[in-house]
Design a protein around this ligand. Structure first.
Ligand code: DGJ
Length: 549
């Protein structure tokens, strides 16, 4: 299968001369993050904001290990990286690279540059000391806001220069591609004012809408005009989105010119079902209504990614739908997690996600964690670890089958114990709940998750938790489990004893390599298959071969 996919990748990745580089590729409206030449599923954890310091990192790795995460998302602070103008200090980055390699974990670096959550608190001190040169926006009526201005050429140039230096450094020191993606800025946008009302911004606002944006509007776009003339009541927000996206796009392009890793921007979301006015959220960020503006203004950004802190299912699913588009790869770089929310990893996969990463999962014990439970313990990490442990041994295969459009997932919702996933010739019927709770209404809390992917006409990859999975032939015969193998993809030559120690809780370094081969651990039969395939929390993945009688 891989051999048939590779030529397609080669064609798709022509824009980067080095095909060993991580990249985001698109085919038939689906997307993959390619790492070491093959689709990769990012099972991530984002550290707390102040965790990327030498004394803090020892409190990060044990959590990553416990989670079975394959990627750590962690910041690079502009204030630390460029303590004096033009003098760069890569020591934090270098330490991270060394420790990530030791722990066999990939990195996604988060560039805390001009924007961090809509503010500019990570500007180096020498910049903070010159607020006239590196200004914040001015709201309607002259009130200063704590958001940086996207109209400062000096600040944009300084950010592009520093980000370029970071990417140049990565190119020099990371030949093995420990860093697989970089986030440019963090939740860029404006708080407290829908846009900048400074004299410089006013001049642009009453001037012509840029031709690239008119072009992005397609047929029927007005011939031209000022922002209020072209966009009416949306003019303030669209102007801000264009201005910020254009700035971030310039920073991204400067980095990409040095080293073309995949780049993304994360978004603080607006309510996906009942959005309020732009003044009620971070205006100008890559919210769902302005993705088209970001695409037009910042072509160097590969992915616009939602930070999903919505913890009701309807909103969560809607966000996944809004950001999974033929022209946008779904990546969830920050999200909530809990006993029930950890199942949303499977929901994201069902929408084609290339990665999913909860926020704030380390042992630095940031005490006022606004996400909920304030202290990280193994118990608080366990629900996420459950999803990652199931996926880790089949990570490459899951990513490959998802890119090929062969993968579906089911996530339990209260009161809906049954779900059906239709494939070519077969339907998978998921029944959530254990024992007596099945059919009776599902698990006591909605924790069930299931993943089914078609590997061949009668062959499936199946895994799940707190559910039973069975199959129905669409041609009417009775389903027969011909062979059910429990196993994992291992690097050829991995010893059985190391796999056993992995299964007992240590990291499974043997899993998930690009040349992984399926290793059968044992067959399921008898009680294990007579009434469908039962999943609690334990089993590894199954290769299932079906027939009819
Ligand atoms: C979203 C931001 O992107 C993160 O850096 C962090 O501040 C979280 N919110 C949680 O507070």
């Amino acid at each position: 299968m891989l051999a048939t996919l590779l030529p397609a990748f080669a064609a798709l990745t022509a824009r980067s001369a080095d095909t060993s580089l991580p990249q985001v590729v698109t085919q038939d409206g689906r997307h993959a993050l390619i790492v070491d030449g093959e689709p990769f599923l990012m099972l991530g954890a984002q550290s707390h904001n102040s965790s990327d310091w030498p004394e803090q990192l020892p409190k990060v790795w044990p959590a990553i290990e416990y989670l079975h995460a394959n990627t750590l998302e962690t910041p690079v602070y502009w204030e630390q990286f460029e303590p004096q103008p033009g003098k760069f200090d890569p020591s934090n980055v270098d330490l991270l690279l060394a420790q990530a390699r030791e722990h066999q974990v990939r990195l996604i670096l988060l560039w805390f540059g001009t924007w961090k959550n809509g503010s500019s608190h990570y500007l180096p001190l020498w910049m903070k000391a010159q607020p006239e040169l590196y200004p914040r926006i001015i709201g309607r009526g002259g009130r200063r806001s704590d958001s940086p201005s996207p109209h400062s050429q000096a600040m944009m140039d300084a950010d592009a220069h520093a980000f370029g230096a970071l990417m140049r450094h990565l190119k020099a020191v990371d030949r093995q591609h420990t860093v697989i993606m970089v986030q440019v800025e963090n939740e860029p946008g404006s708080w407290g004012s829908v846009r900048d009302f400074s004299p410089a911004a006013q001049k642009l606002f009453t001037g012509p809408v840029p031709a690239e944006l008119l072009q992005a509007m397609g047929a029927g776009a007005p011939a031209g005009g000022s922002w209020p003339e072209v966009f009416g009541t949306n003019a303030d927000e669209y102007f801000n989105a264009w201005s910020i996206a254009h700035y971030v796009g310039r920073v991204a392009a400067a980095g990409k010119a040095e080293y073309p890793l995949p780049l993304y921007v994360n978004a603080a979301l607006r309510d996906p079902l009942t959005p309020g006015p732009a003044s009620s959220y971070e205006s100008g960020g890559a919210t769902d209504n302005v993705l088209w503006i970001w695409k037009a203004a910042a072509p160097a950004i590969d992915v616009l990614a939602p930070d999903i802190y919505q913890n009701d299912s309807a909103r969560y699913y809607r966000v996944l739908e809004l950001y999974a588009r033929p022209d946008n790869t779904l990546l969830v770089p920050e999200t909530v997690t809990s006993t029930t929310e950890s199942r949303m990893c499977f929901a994201a996969l069902g929408h084609g996600a290339v990665g999913w990463s909860p926020f704030g999962l380390d042992y630095t014990q940031y005490g006022t964690d606004p996400i909920g439970s304030s202290r990280t313990t193994e118990a608080s990490l366990a629900p996420t670890a459950l999803s990652f442990k199931l996926l880790e041994p089949v990570m490459r295969e899951v990513a490959r089958l998802n890119f090929a459009g062969k993968l579906k997932t089911a996530v339990e919702e209260p009161g809906t114990p049954f779900q059906t996933l239709d494939f070519d010739g077969w339907s998978a019927v998921i029944n959530f709940g254990e024992g007596g709770r099945r059919a009776a209404g599902g698990n006591a809390t909605p924790v069930g998750r299931a993943l089914v992917a078609q590997r061949g006409p009668d062959e499936f990859l199946v895994l799940g938790a707190y559910c039973q999975i069975d199959f129905k032939s669409q041609s009417g015969g009775q389903r027969d489990f011909l062979r059910v193998e429990e196993g994992a993809y291992v690097t050829p030559g991995a010893s059985s004893s190391s796999l056993i120690s992995s299964a007992m809780g240590n990291r499974a370094w043997e899993y998930g390599g690009v040349n992984g081969v399926w290793r059968l651990h044992h067959l399921w039969n008898g009680d294990e298959t007579d009434w469908g395939l039962h999943f609690t929390t334990g089993p590894e993945a199954l290769h299932v071969t079906l027939g009819t009688y």
